[in-house]
Design a protein around this ligand. Structure first.
Ligand code: UD1
Length: 431
């Protein structure tokens, strides 16, 4: 991706459907015996991977523009191949739904992760309590349910988003009632509960720390609209603020950004919150933000940490970040240094000392949100920024360069030859 900066974003941007909602909703559609119609599904590689998982399991899936139609009546097998498990770590969220429908599943561990260790112990412990027998063998999980999954009290030691979703999916059609304590409270959990209830499930309390799921014998299909992606919204805001621009976001759920918007205000941005719309106008120079601590929802989201850090690299002073969710979420800061940012990282803490301007360079996206941070910084940098590793960005952002070029950025994808790539590598290793 080539960005010729600096570019001031000016105009209107539409926020697409949430990746982190679409994935569990696709897993949930496995539970439904009649057709599911899911609107507002973004075209992302992670969503395509989830669709491939559904098809591998025998489901019929059709895309019509932003809508996915899923028919799980022919579900069979219960095995997810290792290649698909490795491609997308959140594929583990299919486990609860598969064992609920088929009474068995075979899948591999989702594997290591670019954000640090990402265990699934909470998922497995919870499902075991519900009666799932799991044998771990050479990185494979062989799972069977003698009889039917059984509802029970479950308490998570950490409000894991994925584990909460897995329990909800397993419990929706289990025998009896599941009471899940210390559940994750993210909007995507509420979206999943709304979907399940529209399919005939009895889920209450989602959005709070205790979720009660009364098992029902079976679920039918429904028509549902995926909520807007709050991390894409935060990324667009960070890009507009870093570039000194002014944008109007459409299709945004402002209530989901409760602890994100004050950060932009503290940085000196003017904002106006309207129904499903959000306006932001950047100041002449951004102000630093005292301290941003990532926390489970409703705290500041870890996924917004990187784009917001990129923005604050241009503030008039030092901003402090404390990452409390993932161990290894500052990898991208090394790439920001290439653009002239001043960042010091010490364990979970990072300090971004703002500079007056950044300058374009060749950088590589180390992960999804780190890649988004490089785009934000690239837009604000003087000269040309070349970003490689775009497969990370394609996991979570649909049409990023189209959206930004329509709002005034000089940004495009370029075909890079092997020769160019070698030159890039050589140049990188000189420094
Ligand atoms: C989801 C999101 C991801 C977001 C994260 C935190 C999806 C597809 N992904 O990921 O974008 O960054 O929530 O908001 O929705 N943990 C364990 N054991 C477990 C499960 C989790 O120790 O069994 C730890 C993780 O290592 C991590 C923390 O809990 O440190 C949070 O993980 P979790 O909430 O489960 O994140 P994901 O569901 O993987």
């Amino acid at each position: 991706m080539r960005i010729d900066g600096p570019c001031k974003l000016n105009g209107e941007l539409r926020v697409h459907g949430a990746k982190n909602s679409t994935l569990p909703l696709l897993a949930a559609s496995l539970l439904c015996k009649t057709e599911v119609v899911l609107h507002n599904c973004p075209r992302l590689s992670d969503v395509e991977t989830a669709v491939r998982i559904l098809k591998t399991l025998g489901c019929r899936v059709k895309r019509e523009e932003e809508t996915l139609l899923i028919d799980s009546s022919s579900l069979q097998g219960g095995e997810i191949p290792e290649t698909l498990m490795r491609e997308m770590r959140s594929s583990i969220v299919f486990l609860g739904a598969i064992v609920s429908r088929l009474g068995k599943a075979r899948l591999s561990f989702p594997g290591g992760c670019e954000l640090g260790p990402r265990p699934i112990d909470l998922h497995l412990a919870a499902l075991r309590r519900m009666g799932l027998q799991i044998t771990e063998d050479h990185g494979c999980l062989d799972c069977t349910v003698p009889g039917r999954l059984t509802g029970c009290p479950i308490s998570l030691s950490f409000p894991s988003v994925g584990a909460t979703e897995n329990v909800m999916l397993a419990a929706a059609c289990a025998k009896g009632t599941t009471v899940l304590s210390n559940a994750a409270r993210e909007p995507e959990i509420v979206d999943l509960a709304d979907f399940l209830n529209a399919c005939g499930a009895h889920v209450s309390g989602a959005g709070g720390s205790e979720i009660v799921i009364e098992g029902v014998p079976s679920l039918h299909g429904c028509e549902h609209r995926v909520i807007p992606d709050r991390i894409v919204a935060a990324t667009y805001l960070a890009a507009a603020a870093a570039s000194g621009g002014e944008v109007l976001l459409h299709d945004v759920e402002c209530a989901h950004l409760r602890l994100v918007l004050p950060v932009f205000e503290e940085a000196g941005c003017s904002m106006k919150v309207m129904q499903n719309q959000l306006w932001l106008c950047a100041p002449e120079r951004l102000r630093p933000v005292k301290c941003i601590r990532t926390l489970p929802y409703p705290g500041f989201p870890t996924d917004a940490q990187a784009p917001v850090m990129a923005m604050l690299c241009l503030a008039d002073g030092a901003s402090v970040f404390v990452e409390n969710i993932f161990e290894n979420r500052y990898k991208y800061t090394g790439e920001l240094l290439r653009l002239g940012a001043r960042i010091k990282v010490e364990g979970r803490v990072a300090v971004a000392e703002g500079v007056k301007s950044l300058s374009g360079a060749s950088v590589q996206a180390p992960d999804l949100r780190g890649g988004a941070a490089l785009v934000v910084a690239g837009l604000a940098s003087e000269g040309t920024t070349l970003i490689s590793g775009l497969h990370h960005l394609d996991r979570g952002y649909e049409g990023l360069e189209k959206a930004f070029s329509e709002t005034g950025a000089r940004i495009q994808r370029e075909k890079i030859t092997l020769e160019d790539r070698k030159e890039e590598k050589d140049a990188a290793s000189t420094f």
